[in-house]
Ligand binder design. Structure first.
Ligand SMILES: Nc1nc2c(ncn2[C@@H]2O[C@H](COP(=O)(O)OP(=O)(O)OP(=O)(O)O)[C@@H](O)[C@H]2O)c(=O)[nH]1
Ligand SMILES: [Mg+2]
Length: 321
């Protein structure tokens, strides 16, 4: 793709043309050689979108909630982009299909853009491709970007690095699940949602959560944001307006406390580090395939050289190149 084509693609994406947006996301997702050019072209138009991450255990109602949030935010006239991240974990099989089915009602709305992204096989996983996709949606003028990701292992922590506001969803009857999740979850949540409030045990879940928050708060310092707990029945849209209002309140708090800038700087830091690591990794792979490593390895095998000195020499060559 030549430069003018890219400019045109960016111009069309900025007009909100879904095909251009989709094409740009595909390019960044596939690590196109043009990814740096794309980021450069988009950057002047970014910084407006509010980014909210939704995370929680499998089946808690993230996709249902995302869909309900979409409806509520569209009702306010906001344009909304959704990135459904599939960590391709064995726990989330079938999530993609489910997401598609549940979100078809928004499929024809030009103010909505929904995209599923697989992170398997990406070095750095979420930390690599997703910020690029967020940048595309931001430049394309979406007011809000919602990122749905299953809270399994590292992914719920990763989403925090991408979002201005992190929503952690829980549901009644998870008992041990909350306990298990609590260490990570308490630190990352800006807003708690207890979904499936139509089920028995919602009160107990809210109660447990409040206790955990109170305990954790004693240990916390710094600007105090009180994590709200919102009860929802996402399947019926109940409580979703409260989630929208919690998102707005949190965003205003971020701005008022300089926390938005701090979070975005932290995000940029992660992103730059991920890109640099990726480049270094590629260069090291080139070196590994080259003769130079073979020479060094032969000397290590012959015990003329220790492996640390050999690695230092390899790195020195990388720096010199
Ligand atoms: N009773 C009840 N069921 C709900 C509610 N919200 C969602 N569900 C159901 O819970 C199931 C899982 O919902 P999803 O929205 O797919 O959950 P998810 O967290 O996106 O699931 P994964 O992406 O697979 O982790 C579906 O059958 C929903 O219909 C709710 O408020 N009450
Ligand atoms: Mg889902």
């Amino acid at each position: 793709m030549a430069g003018p084509d890219l400019d045109e693609l960016v111009a069309r994406a900025r007009e909100g043309q879904p095909r251009a947006v989709a094409r740009l996301i595909s390019l960044v997702e596939d690590s196109s050689p043009r990814v740096a050019d794309i980021a450069r072209a988009l950057t002047p138009y970014t910084g407006r979108a509010r980014v909210a991450g939704l995370t929680g255990p499998p089946g808690v109602g993230k996709s249902t909630s995302t869909s309900a949030l979409l409806t509520a935010l569209r009702g306010e006239g906001l344009r909304v982009g959704v990135l459904a991240i599939d960590p391709s974990s064995p726990f989330s099989g079938g999530a993609l299909l489910g997401d598609r089915i549940r979100m078809t009602e928004h499929a024809t709305d030009p103010g909505v853009f929904i995209r599923s992204m697989a992170t398997r096989g990406h070095l750095g996983g979420l930390s690599w491709a997703t910020p690029q996709a967020v940048r595309v949606l931001d430049a394309a003028g979406f007011d809000v970007v919602l990122i749905e990701t299953v809270g399994v292992g590292q992914s719920e922590v990763d989403v925090v690095k991408l979002a201005d506001t992190t929503v952690v969803l829980l549901a009644p009857g998870m008992g041990d699940g909350i306990q298990a999740a609590k260490a990570g979850v308490l630190e990352i949540a800006d807003v708690f949602v207890v979904n499936k409030a139509d089920r028995d045990g919602a009160d107990a879940t809210v109660h447990d959560l409040k206790q955990m928050i109170t305990l954790a708060r004693r240990e916390l310092r710094g600007p105090s944001w009180r994590q709200p707990i919102v009860r929802t029945v996402a399947a019926k849209g109940e409580g979703v307006d409260e989630v929208v209002s919690a998102l707005r309140t949190h965003y205003e708090w971020l701005v008022a406390h300089g926390e938005l800038d701090r979070r975005r700087a932290a995000r940029a830091r992660e992103e730059v580090a991920a890109i640099a690591l990726r480049r270094l990794h590629a260069e090291l792979a080139d070196l590994r395939d080259g003769d130079r490593l073979g020479d060094l390895a032969a000397r290590v095998a012959a015990r003329e050289l220790d492996p640390f000195t050999a690695a230092d020499r390899l790195i020195a060559e990388l720096k010199g190149s």
